[in-house]
Design a protein. Sequence first.
Length: 309
Amino acid sequence: MSFVAVDLGATNVRVAIGDKKGIKKKSSEKTDKNNGPEGIVKQIIRMIKILKPHPEAVGIGSIGPIDINSGKIINTPNLPFKEIALIGPLSEVLGTDVKLLNDCSAGVLGEYFFGAGKGIKNQVYLTFSTGLGCGVIIDGHLLCGKDGNAHEVGHITIDSNSELECGCGCFGHWEAYSSGNGLPKFVKMLSLKNNFKKTYQNSFNVENINSEKLFKMAKENHPFGLKVIEELGKINAQGFGDIVNIYDPELITVGGSIAINNSDLILRPIIQGIDKHLINRKPRIIITPLGEDIILYGALALATEMKMD
Ligand SMILES: [Zn+2]
């Protein structure tokens, strides 16, 4: 029996087939943003049919926010569509059971069943990607919330006086600083501050900056790149401190392309700077061993109905 796992992100759609033992085959494409919500659904169906025309069941880990009851993505800040219906059209066309979770909720399930968190009853998975999000298992239960968005940590307020606008329209959210979408605007904001102008003037061009270029600058010991990473590290340490104080996890695994490709630059400032924000005991904080497949693993656990002990 083969099941299908789908990781629907703002940048990539990834599809895999597998079973309770793991992933057998997978494919990946850039997310089709040019043909409306239906274009994304058609893309997923086409990708599934290439791998497995008649799957037993489908599990989806999707960008949020979602409405878990109606099976839709609602008002996501990272795609230009108000609503994307997933479960309805997918189950109709594929003629099979389709289950949906927020992508990071799927991620933490993947970690629990296939990754570094096997059997750990209190754990968090956090991703630094186009957006920023986390999934939480506490006391052996996956937290979902009334609509399936129990922990949109990317949208906790880091600075209530901030001029940085988040993709969701609010100001000062964590995601506005640390996500792939937010980072370029954060860098530009820093570059306009007087002390930055004085110290780093003419040593960099912020116009075409993106997370890839920024981390490259830091790896090459460019002073401005290093300074931005230092400032980013303080914000991330604060965000991780909030997570530990709220959920009291034993393990936090970190994923998403930004963290996976820059593990030391992302993790070190968090581990070094988190203590001053903590009331709870510090957990282990590591990069997920499942890499970019973590959401697929979680979606597979969802499709195959794996149960926590
Ligand atoms: Zn926000």
